[in-house]
Ligand binder design. Structure first.
Ligand SMILES: O=C(CO)[C@@H](O)[C@H](O)COP(=O)(O)O
Length: 221
């Protein structure tokens, strides 16, 4: 029976949602077909309050300098994925990954546009590898920035080396950039302004999924 090595995951970035109505915004995105909800973390309280209203996979991107300090809090709050930055974890990533897994979350590593892809390789090898790499396609910070096409070289290199890895892209993704990202090998797509800013978010989510699905390679097992 053919199956795919990796699946398309469309993750609206809640940074672009109406914060005063977080629960209904989350429900709205799930009803439009979102797979994950992408959460940019400044503290864990938002996760805890949203978790009360949804069973969705909460894909958390920690833009913090000391990720270890947040593992326990995010685990208790109900985070599903915990993605920390490679730039701040060169010395203790093994401990961070172990802690994330012990709290029942899925570890991922993110890299900023200026960071070479080779920096994440050690985190993908050995006994306790991360399970996802988030390639930032804008400088982390806020939504609505322009997609950096050069980042697709990182995605391509990573996909060639790790055919079964979840590769996420974040920043400036939407109908005009998705084909390039999908062709390079990204399968998890974070999209903020293109989804929340469209009168038909469901149509955008479905378009993103179709583009990724077309590029996924079948894996015959
Ligand atoms: O983490 C970030 C930016 O730092 C993102 O998650 C953005 O929220 C994505 O927004 P768009 O570029 O899709 O509008």
């Amino acid at each position: 029976m053919p199956t795919t090595a990796v699946e398309a995951k469309i993750a609206p970035s809640m940074l672009s949602s109406d914060f005063a109505n977080l629960a209904s915004e989350a429900e709205r995105m799930i009803s439009f077909g979102a797979d994950w909800l992408h959460m940019d973390i400044m503290d864990g309280y938002v996760i805890a309050s949203l978790r009360k209203h949804t069973k969705a996979y909460l894909d958390c991107h920690l833009m913090v300098t000391n990720p270890l300090d947040y593992v326990d809090q995010l685990g208790k709050a109900g985070a599903s994925g915990f993605t920390f930055h490679v730039e701040v974890s060169k010395d203790n990533w093994q401990e961070i990954v172990k802690e994330i897994k012990s709290k029942g979350m899925r570890p991922g590593v993110a890299l900023k546009p200026g960071t070479p892809i080779e920096d994440v390789y050690p985190l993908l090898e050995g006994e306790n590898p991360v399970e996802m790499v988030l390639v930032m396609t804008v400088e982390p910070g806020f939504g609505g920035q322009k997609f950096i096409p050069d980042m697709m070289n990182k995605v391509r290199t990573l996909r060639e080396k790790y055919p079964k890895l979840d590769i996420e892209v974040d920043g400036g993704l939407g109908p005009s950039t998705i084909d390039e990202a999908a062709a390079a090998g990204a399968n998890c797509i974070v999209a903020g302004s293109s989804v929340f800013g469209d009168p038909e978010p469901g149509r955008v989510i479905s378009l993103l999924r179709t583009s990724v699905s077309k590029c996924l390679k079948p894996n015959f097992i």
